[in-house]
Design a protein around this ligand. Structure first.
Ligand SMILES: Cc1cc2nc3c(=O)[nH]c(=O)nc-3n(C[C@H](O)[C@H](O)[C@H](O)COP(=O)(O)OP(=O)(O)OC[C@H]3O[C@@H](n4cnc5c(N)ncnc54)[C@H](O)[C@@H]3O)c2cc1C
Length: 433
């Protein structure tokens, strides 16, 4: 059987699966896994392909999860979702229940399970990544067994299964502990970079959700400070015209045009970046949480993101700034800086430590190797852990010491996927064979 080729959003990875199958039940998923295993084929559940790494590459059977979506059950704040549910489809389902996701990242076009499997996170020093809210799942293992994993059934597997890199099985549903619906007020402002770096720890402690972007070749940061409000608090949303102007025209169209211009005339980058910091990000508004957290990204890029100890963020950002100046590179895309609470998921980039995240980007037609490689060297020197879904060159041997429970995760992998039905080249590299 021939399938249409697959590639990811960032155009960094592609694949030609032998088969693509769209199951409609957990039993069908189990049958697919057993059949593939008998035929020596590998299996990979498909999210929406928003990982920049090869984590989602399917060479054998690609399992299209799009028939397993929506709310399966509700128990108080705990909502069980089909394993193919996409984040932007959740607000119309959760809001009528008076519920919302506790925190979100920059976009909402990923699947919930793709996001949790790679450790996707937003920002907020008191808040963990999406996987920290996973309280249960149904998983089809590499032998085709169907396991419930939650606080009472197979509870010892939960810290591995909640953030499993797609290496342990296919999650046909996932139970997420939501929070009561809430509004967010958002203040975006350009500020001097040095002020923001000097006040980093205070800013993240004072705000519910603080992050900033630094445009290389400038001394300015665009800060974003979100404050949680109750669901009935008055809001002043962006008008559709203002949202279109800020997010579609400025953040996407303007950015696309200037990125193209900078590719032709790299010398213009510092001027354009200075203009960008002035033209974007000086506004305040409030709205339902999910309309504030997530924005649209239409300019295609590639990304590497590292988790480092939270208090090392200012030092590391200054090192990256010095690196870009020393090398004389022109970098058009901003560097994004966020925070998250420590958690206890075995493969979480925030496991055991309060975490700062620093992400570097390059336009997708530019070769990121030299820039990302040099930044990665800095990150390694600061005990950096790479986002599992963003570009990195790490191997199991050098990642193992960074994760206290790495060995325990591999033991669970041996138990749930003894024949490595769910592996691919990326997992072979970061987890071992
Ligand atoms: C524009 C853009 C913005 C982003 N913003 C952020 C951000 O703000 N914060 C952040 O942390 N990350 C961010 N990311 C990274 C992104 O959130 C992750 O890479 C995420 O995994 C993408 O989800 P997906 O549905 O596309 O999963 P995919 O990339 O398709 O798959 C990821 C992994 O999940 C596995 N998987 C998917 N479904 C299942 C299932 N049902 N059972 C078992 N395994 C499964 C896949 O097999 C694969 O191993 C961003 C990426 C892009 C392109």
């Amino acid at each position: 059987m021939t399938t249409t080729p697959w590639h990811n959003w960032g155009h960094t990875e592609s694949a030609q699966p032998t088969e693509r199958i769209r199951p409609t039940s957990t039993d069908e998923v189990a049958a697919i896994v057993r059949s593939a295993r008998d035929r020596g084929l590998r299996v990979k559940a498909a999210g929406t392909g928003h990982s920049f790494t090869g984590i989602a590459v399917a060479t054998g059977v690609q399992v299209d999860m799009s028939a397993l979506t929506g709310v399966v059950a509700v128990d108080g704040t705990r909502v069980t979702l089909g394993g193919g549910s996409v984040l932007h489809d959740l607000p119309p389902l959760l809001d009528p229940l008076g519920l919302a996701l506790q925190n979100m990242g920059d976009i909402d076009v990923q699947t919930m399970t793709g996001a949790t499997s790679t450790g996707t996170h937003g920002t907020g020093a008191q808040f963990g990544g999406l996987a920290t809210r996973v309280v249960g799942a149904t998983i089809v293992t590499g032998t085709g067994e169907i396991l419930a994993v939650n606080e009472t059934d197979n509870a010892e597997l939960l810290p591995a299964v909640a953030l499993g890199l797609g290496a342990l099985g296919v999650l046909t549903n996932v139970t997420v502990d939501c929070v009561p619906s809430f509004n967010l007020s958002c203040v975006e402002a350009p500020e001097p970079l040095e002020t923001v770096l000097n006040e980093w720890e205070q800013r993240i402690a004072d705000a519910d959700h603080f992050e900033f972007y630094w445009f290389p070749h400038t001394e300015s940061a665009l800060t974003i400070t979100n404050t949680r409000l109750t669901a009935d608090a008055a809001t002043s949303p962006l008008s559709p015209m203002k949202r279109w102007f800020d997010e579609s025209l400025m953040a996407n169209t303007f950015f696309a045009r200037t990125t193209a211009l900078q590719r032709r005339f790299p010398g213009m980058t510092p001027h354009i970046n200075r203009i960008s910091t002035r033209l974007t990000g000086d506004r305040s508004f409030s709205d339902r949480s999910y309309r504030v957290f997530a924005t649209e990204r239409r300019v295609r890029f590639r990304e590497m993101e590292y988790a480092i100890p939270q208090d090392q963020v200012p030092a590391v950002l200054r090192e990256i700034k010095a690196l870009i100046e020393r090398k004389g590179w022109t970098v058009s895309f901003p560097v994004e800086v966020r925070a998250a609470a420590r958690d206890d998921l075995w493969m979480s980039t925030a496991t055991g430590r309060a975490t700062g995240y620093i992400a570097v980007h390059r336009y997708f037609r530019e070769d990121p190797t030299e820039y990302f490689g040099a930044v990665e060297t800095i990150m390694k020197a600061h005990e950096g852990r790479p986002h599992w879904g963003k570009m990195n060159t790490r191997t199991a041997a050098d990642l193992a010491p960074a994760y206290p429970k790495f060995g325990d995760f591999l033991t669970v992998r041996d138990r749930l996927d003894p024949d490595r039905v769910f592996t691919n080249d990326y997992l072979d590299r970061v987890l071992g064979k």
